[in-house]
Each structure stands twice: as C-alpha cells, then as structure tokens.
Design a protein around this ligand. Structure first.
Ligand code: ADP
Ligand code: MG
Length: 700
C-alpha cells in the first residue's frame, strides 16, 4: 500500500506551542493527532469580545460580558472546597468581584494589585453585587485595549483545563497553524459548485470558522463547511449505490399480465396516488437489469401490503418467486392472511413458514418452493434457514427492517446465487427526509405519504390522571358498543421491576373497575408462547381490554380495537407514541387515543403531547422529534453517516443537505468515475478522506 502523506498529516507535536508535552494531551483528550485534526476541531460557539461593558450595565441575562478595569485587591476566604480567592475589580461605575476556586496559589502569585485588566465571563448577581467566577483575565495592553474579535470556544475536558489548555490556548495554536497552513490548503469543491452556491473558499472558511472578524464571516464559513461535509457524505453514499448496482445484476420483470388481470378484475379499491407512484418506481427498477435495493416508508395504514403484493405479481408473472419476512409470528400471520386474500383471487399458491410450522407441512413447503409451485412464501426469520431453497427467488420484502440485521439480509440474498433477488424493506416508522438521505442514502427510497380516502382520523386528547373516573366511564361506553381497548404502560429497561409493578397495579385497578369485562395482559417478561396466546385471545375478540407494555408496539392489526390509552405518556418518545397510536384507527369506527399524564410536565413533554394532539401525520411527527431530540437520539444508534458529521446538523441543515445531495447526484450522473479534469479536486479529496480513515482505523 502506498502511503501519501501531506502537510496536514504532520504530527501535532511539531507545531509551535504544542510540543512533546502537550501533544499527548491533545491526542488523548481531543483525538487530535495531526495538523489536519486540529484544523477540523471546530469551535462550537464564539463569544463576543469586540466590545466592553460597564459594570453599571451588567445584568444576569448576559451570556458573557467583557469589562475593562482595575484589580484593586484580593483576599482568600473559606475552607476546604469553599476556599476561594476573591478579587475586587472596578471600572469606576461599580464593583465587580472575581472569584477563583481553583488554581488559587497560582493566581495569588501572578495577579498584580492595582494593575489594569480585561476580564470576561458570565456575570451573576449575589448579595447585591455582580461577580464572575473563573473569568478569563488578561493584562490591559495597547493591543487589546480597543477590544478583540469573536473568541472561539472549543470543546474541552477537565483534564485539559487543569493543565491550562483552555479555548484561548487552543485558539492561539490554531492561529499559528493557520498561518503555516494557508499555502497548503487546497480547494476541495469544484469551481462550478462554489460559484453556483456562492460559497467562500476552503482556506477562508477555515480561517473564519476559527477566527471570524464578524458574525457574517462566521455564517459564511459555517455554511461552506457544512455544504462540503454533506456533499462528500452524499457523494460517497451515492457512489456506493452506483457501484452496488453495477456489480449486481437483477432479474428483469417486464411481463404485466397478472398485474393487469388483478387491476381489471379483482382490485378491491382504487389505489392512492402515492401507492401508484411507488409501484411505478418499483416497476422502473425491475426493468433496469440491476438488483433493486429499495426502502418503502409509509405510515401505519397507508397501504403498504397491496403495494408489496402487486410488486410480487410482477415477479411471479416473469417466472420468479417472492417472499415476505416479518419480525414475529403474529405479524407473519397477519401478512399471510392479508396477502392470501389477494392471491386466492388469482389462484396463486402462497405459503407460510414460521418456527411453529409442523415438520410434515414443512416438507411439503420445501418441495413446492423447489419445484416452483409455491409462488409466495410469508414467514418469520425461519425462512432464511438453509434448508429453505427456492426454484427461483426473485423478490424479497422485509417488513420492519430495524428488527433485522444486515447479516440476515445477506442470507436472503444468498437464496438465489445465480441472480440475487430484488429487495424491498418496508418500514412504518417515518424518518425525516434529511435522516433518510444520510442513513439510507445508499438505498432508493419510496414514500407513501397519503392515507386512503375516507379514513376517519384518530382523535387524540391529553388527559390528567386526576380525571381517570371520566376515562373509565368513556371506556365502558366504547366496550358496550362492541369495541376493544388497549391500555399501555411504559417499560424502561433499567427499572423493569418498577414498571412491572405499574402494570400489575394498573391491571388490578382495571379488573376492579371492569369486573365483567374479560382482560388480557401482555409484557416482556412473559414466555413467547404465553404472549402469543394472550394476543390471540385479543385478536379473536375474546378479551375486550389489552393491558400491556410496549411489546404491542410492532405492527399488530386488530381492526376492532378503537381506543388506545397511553399511561405515563410523558415517558414515551414522540415516535413511540405515534407507533402506539397506530394500533387503532384500522377499522370503520371512530378511533381515539388518550394520553394520560400527571399535572407536572416539562416544556418538551408539552410539545410532544401537543404535537400528538395536533397531527396524525407520521412524517410531521418525525420532524418535530428530530428537532426536539437531535439525530443521534432519534436513530438510537451510533449509525455511521449521522454520527460522523462534525459540523452539519441534520435537524437544522435540511436545505443545505438537499443542495449537497442534488449536486453530488448531478456530478455522478454526469461522470460516475469523476474523470473530468474539473472534478480533480473531488477525486483528490475523496482519496484524502479514505486515507485519513485508514489512519484512524489503525489508531483505534
Ligand atoms: P400498512 O401500510 O400499515 O401495512 P395496510 O397495507 O395493512 O397498511 O393497509 C391498511 C388497510 O387499508 C387495509 O385494510 C387495506 O386493505 C386498506 N387499503 C390499502 N390501500 C387502500 C386504498 N387505496 N383504498 C382503500 N383502502 C386501502
Ligand atoms: Mg402492515
């Protein structure tokens, strides 16, 4: 392997002001090993050091204030951890106290009585007097007397602070590095993009992100660096998608007799425009001769099943077989029932395979799969077992993808070694566009963003625990009308015992209040056959109330259940609330979702509850969730592609991401191998990115 090293790979210890003492500290505490790492250690905010405040003007709302004045005197008071050095500082308009709890002896030696200083920090009012704890303090000099610029603030650790490496120390070494580095900084974006989006140059951006003369410069620098980061993020995702498409051929499904027959004779309702659009996208993919990898997103009830079925028909019409894999037996069974109703109309053989399929049935299934009689197989992960062999598997649908790992997906692929099957992953968890573009940027994405006409939107209300009697009265009425009810309790793993107690207490109080009503109970500690049994009783309408923890979250369909009560709703995230609500609203009746809470609620919780009451639209909810929690929490994983972003924020930078993706797509459409001279900068930067990642993997 050839290793190319550049100025930016220079070890940080060679930088003036760092040296062999501080270098290990920067390595260990901030993961800064090279010049390049330091330049990319962007500040997370800037403090305004361009102006001075008078002590008489200070107020507690100021995030920080800079004051020019004289240090009159100081004293040391207090004992133990309360021991502190308190300085008296004045500018003639009032008195400001400067307080240090740490480094007392050092400050005692270094401070000068009756000398003029500039101090900066957050003013706090205490006992009628303003004070600043651990201020930044500098002797007044002719250079700093007129005020400075915007001071960058870097993320630091306690250890660094103890060794006097603070934001100003970092900013000093960054400045000396920038001076050295400027002639080496190459433009990483093609001229065309810079012009088109009015971006500043890479060199300017690096200067201004660290040392902006004005806020306008800072904004331009931030925008430029975000654009670059998102552009390369998207470019690489799209590139790997193109590579995969070119590497793996897919079967061509161009016959549409079955689809036509289904449309003309059997289809039970008119498809929504969104369903038609998605089917068109899938049909296009099936013509390309390349293997499809598509994500289908659609809210609960948006009608993904019939889309999957019609896509299966395209495969079957061309001599291939199809399968659908679901995460649980109940879901596999529901999919099977749903698809069988359609398949029977056309006389298509469909089978089901789960862990509980009997040996004898299995033998028949295996045979029919191998000789091609069986056209559609629905099942759990049982269908990826090795003995399940197809004659010609052409299309796989995977439901609720986050339950499946990549390994399982590739075992599905291996079911057809001649030509890998097309894959469509279906999820009912809407993901905001920005997240989808980065998390699934290497998949094609289809969205069903429209519910079939005539659905009654679920009525969602928020009620306080104090009004439980009214709630129970309402539930009684609904049950008397023949409906079924879910009552859900939160389950948080760390305190499973306590939650179980909430659930069992709840169950007991419900059985007291509804003595004649048959109940089911369901929670994660039950054996899976007991769970299936209880769920089965509820599905068959033998029980009227299902008291459960969130184990019922995954796509179970009981159309007769029309009320969802969520207890301690403040303990659920937005997307989880929305998923739970999706268990109702599946039948013809008006459905309700009731969010129960205590009176005391945080502002964020109120936003969550209000959002739920305002809208049934999963994409809108996902967007609010992203704003509230940020991308990391939302995905719940250290997903690369999201976590790797250093400056862009998917919750805020949707507009930039869209531009960056469109630009990356256009460039790769035009020149997939980036051979055009105008794209030399891109090629070089991709190499650098790859190189620094290999370096990283060697370090960690
Ligand atoms: P999901 O996307 O949650 O899997 P389903 O495919 O289970 O949704 O569809 C929910 C219900 O809506 C089913 O009863 C289905 O038959 C019905 N449905 C699907 N598409 C339409 C449509 N275009 N018009 C009317 N009803 C539809
Ligand atoms: Mg479904």
């Amino acid at each position: 392997m050839t290793e190319r090293s550049t100025f930016f790979d220079t070890k940080i210890e060679f930088l003036k002001g760092v040296g062999p003492q501080r270098a290990p500290l920067l390595n260990k505490e901030l993961n800064i090993f090279t010049y390049g790492d330091l330049l990319q250690h962007y500040p997370f905010r800037h403090e305004d050091r361009s102006q001075f405040h008078r002590i008489s003007e200070l107020n507690e709302l100021m995030p920080g204030a800079q004051v020019k004045g004289r240090l009159k005197d100081w004293l040391i008071t207090g004992e133990g951890h309360k021991k502190r050095l308190v300085g008296t500082f004045t500018d003639g308009t009032g008195i400001l106290e400067l307080v240090w709890f740490q480094g007392i002896s050092w400050f005692e030696k270094s401070l000068r009585r009756n000398a003029d200083y500039i101090v900066y920090g957050k003013p706090i009012l205490f006992g009628g007097r303003y004070s600043i704890t651990h201020p930044d303090i500098d002797l007044l000099t002719p250079e700093n007397a007129e005020g400075g610029t915007w001071q960058p603030i870097y993320s630091l650790t306690e250890k660094l602070r103890k060794r006097f490496v603070d934001s100003r120390a970092i900013s000093r070494i960054v400045k000396s590095l920038l001076e050295l580095a400027t002639p080496h900084i190459r433009e990483t974006l093609p001229e065309g993009l810079i012009q088109r989006y009015r971006l500043i140059s890479k060199a300017d951006a690096l200067w201004y992100i660290h040392l902006p003369p004005t806020t306008a410069h800072l904004h331009q620098a931030t925008r430029r660096l975000k654009f670059e980061e998102l552009f390369y993020n998207q470019l690489r995702l799209i590139k790997s998608k193109i590579l995969q498409q070119n590497e793996f051929p897919g079967q061509v499904f161009d016959q549409v007799h079955l689809v036509t027959e289904f449309y003309e004779k059997h289809i039970p309702f008119a498809l929504t425009n969104a369903q038609k659009r998605v089917l068109h996208e899938i049909h296009q993919d099936f013509q390309t001769g390349k293997q499809m990898n598509r994500l289908l997103q659609g809210d609960v009830g948006s009608g993904k099943t019939i889309v999957a079925f019609i896509a299966m028909l395209m495969a079957i019409d061309n001599g291939a077989q199809a399968c659908l894999m679901a995460p649980t037996e109940i879901l596999a069974d529901q999919h099977y029932q749903g698809l069988k109703a359609f398949a029977d109309l056309l006389g298509i053989t469909i089978g089901k395979l789960t862990g509980s399929t009997k040996k004898k049935e299995r033998r028949v299934l295996h045979e029919q799969l191998q000789n091609g009689v069986m056209k559609i197989l629905v099942g759990t992960h049982a269908l990826i077992e090795d003995e399940v062999q197809f004659q010609n598997l052409g299309f796989c649908v995977i439901d609720e993808q986050h339950r499946f790992g990549v390994a399982q997906r590739s075992r599905l692929w291996a079911k057809n070694e001649v030509i890998h099957p097309h894959i469509m992953v279906m999820t009912a968890t809407p993901i905001p566009r920005t997240l989808a573009m980065t998390l699934y940027g290497d998949l094609d994405i289809s969205v069903i963003d429209e519910l079939p006409a005539g659905r009654k939107p679920i009525k969602t209300v928020h009620r306080y625990d104090a009004h439980r009697a009214t709630l129970f009265g309402f539930l009684k009425d609904e049950i008397a009308k023949g409906r079924q009810v879910y009552i859900v309790y939160p389950l948080i793993e760390e305190s499973e015992k306590m939650d179980l107690k909430d659930l069992t207490d709840g169950y007991e109080s419900i059985s007291r209040s509804f003595p004649d009503v048959p109940l089911s109970i369901l929670h994660g500690r039950m054996k899976s056959q007991d769970k299936e049994y209880e769920m089965g009783r509820f599905v068959r309408n033998e029980t009227k109330i299902m008291v459960a923890t969130t184990v019922i979250e995954v796509g179970v369909n009981v159309p007769n259940a029309s009320v969802m009560v969520i207890e301690n709703a403040e303990r659920f995230g937005l997307s989880q609330l929305h998923q739970l609500r999706g268990r109702v609203g599946r039948g013809a009746e008006q459905s309700f979702c009731i969010l129960m809470t205590d009176f005391k609620l945080s502002k964020e919780t109120r936003t969550r509850l209000e959002t739920m009451c305002r809208t049934n639209n999963g994409f809108e909810i996902a967007e609010v969730d992203l704003q509230l929690r940020g991308p990391g929490d939302l995905t719940g994983t250290q997903q690369s592609g999201v976590m790797d972003l250093m400056i862009a924020d998917l919750a805020k930078d949707g507009a930039i991401l869209k531009e960056a993706r469109a630009s990356a797509q256009a460039i790769l459409d035009n020149d997939p191998d980036l051979v055009t001279p105008a794209y030399a900068a891109i090629r070089l930067h991709l190499d650098n990115l790859r190189q620094s990642e290999t370096n990283w993997s060697r370090i960690s």
